[in-house]
Ligand binder design. Structure first.
Ligand SMILES: [Zn+2]
Length: 355
């Protein structure tokens, strides 16, 4: 009997006690540690999200959180596990995400502006998502130059993307909607754009175009992180302002990337960003038939401090003899916009993101 009790207490000490709770402006995250062999399922009913765990210790818990998004949670034993019920406040939406090593489930609840990505009958009550589109460069900075100027093509593609998103009821904020810079000082300019990726918005998408010394073509999508690939580092330096400034901002961004490695909440957001990057790249390649150059991480200054899923998309190479000319055509820009919007919509519509 004593042995059995000891075993029960030992099992009970493995994961899934009280979730860790983190709050930031506009969101609350609950992080559950889960045993590697456990299973779980999520379901939303009204303002409650039920998480049914199988293969976990039975729990009886009740906790009032009273954050701006979450009232609290309670846990009740069930055969073979426990069910946790998280009570959300009105006008909130949530996403879930599973992380590995150690295994965790993250429930991210956002206030007032995130869609409720679950059942159709609850979706109608969800507020419209807000997407920030950031056409890179502008004003005194033309960006990459080839058959087209990066500044102009990314602005035009962003405006076309805005129309498509707005037609689907998504609010769009542009960091710039004309050929202008936000500051003549490049570091301040990037800082002003980055500041728009705050937690009151839903997604941040920075749009750029590439240039290469040798003929290269295709689309690549980045989310924030470290890289040891010299090509990607050179690209980050260029997009971070180039020259000595680009090197300095890249160093700063790299030190942020190092710091984020131990920040659980930031890691969860980066995982969402990776999912957004994947959906966007696939939709764009499908729409355009362009070469798929993959998903990468790199220390881009403009997305280093994002509190929401954030990516940087390189839509093509302005100096490639074929792709550069395509980038000048409005038909091709429509396809790029359609892919960008399609990827974002696919991401917004998915409720549960699996690892
Ligand atoms: Zn650029």
């Amino acid at each position: 009997m004593r042995y059995v009790l000891a075993l029960v207490f030992w099992l009970a000490s493995l994961g899934l006690a009280q979730p860790r709770v983190g709050t930031e402006n506009g969101l609350t995250r609950l992080v559950f540690s889960i045993p590697s062999e456990a299973r779980f399922s999520l379901e939303r009913d009204g303002n409650e999200v039920s998480i049914r765990f199988q293969g976990t210790p039975p729990r009886t818990l009740r906790k009032l959180l009273d954050t701006p998004q979450v009232v609290g949670y309670r846990a009740t034993p069930r055969p073979g596990g426990s069910v946790y019920v998280v009570t959300l406040k009105a006008g909130t939406g949530y996403r879930s995400l599973e992380l590995a090593s150690p295994r965790r489930l993250v429930l991210e609840v956002r206030g007032s502006r995130t869609p409720t990505p679950t059942r159709p009958r609850t979706r109608s009550r969800a507020p419209a998502p807000v997407v920030v589109l950031d056409p890179g460069h502008g004003g005194t900075d033309p960006g990459a130059v080839g058959f087209v100027h990066e500044e102009g093509v990314v602005l035009d593609v962003a405006l076309r993307t805005r129309r498509l998103l707005e037609a689907r009821g998504i609010r769009v904020i542009m960091t710039r909607a004309a050929d202008r810079h936000l500051s003549a000082n490049k570091a301040a300019d990037l800082e002003l754009r980055a500041a728009m990726a705050d937690s009151k918005r839903t997604l941040f998408v920075s749009i750029h175009a590439n240039a290469a010394e040798r003929a290269a073509q295709g689309i690549e999508v980045y989310y924030f992180g470290e890289t040891i690939d010299q090509r990607l580092l050179s690209k980050a330096i260029l997009e971070n302002g180039g020259g000595a400034l680009g090197q300095r901002l890249t160093r700063e961004a790299r030190s942020v990337a190092q710091r984020l490695m131990s920040d659980l909440l930031a890691q969860a957001n980066l995982k969402f960003s990776e999912q957004l990057a994947l959906k966007t790249l696939h939709a764009m390649v499908r729409e355009t038939g362009a070469i798929n150059r993959g998903i990468h991480t790199a220390p881009f200054y403009v997305i280093r401090s994002a509190r929401i899923p954030a990516i940087l998309v390189e839509i093509g190479f302005v100096n490639h003899p074929v792709e550069g000319k395509k980038l000048a055509s409005s038909t091709y820009r429509d396809r790029l916009a359609s892919g960008l919007a399609g990827g974002m919509v696919a991401f917004l519509n998915q409720g549960s993101v699996q690892r």
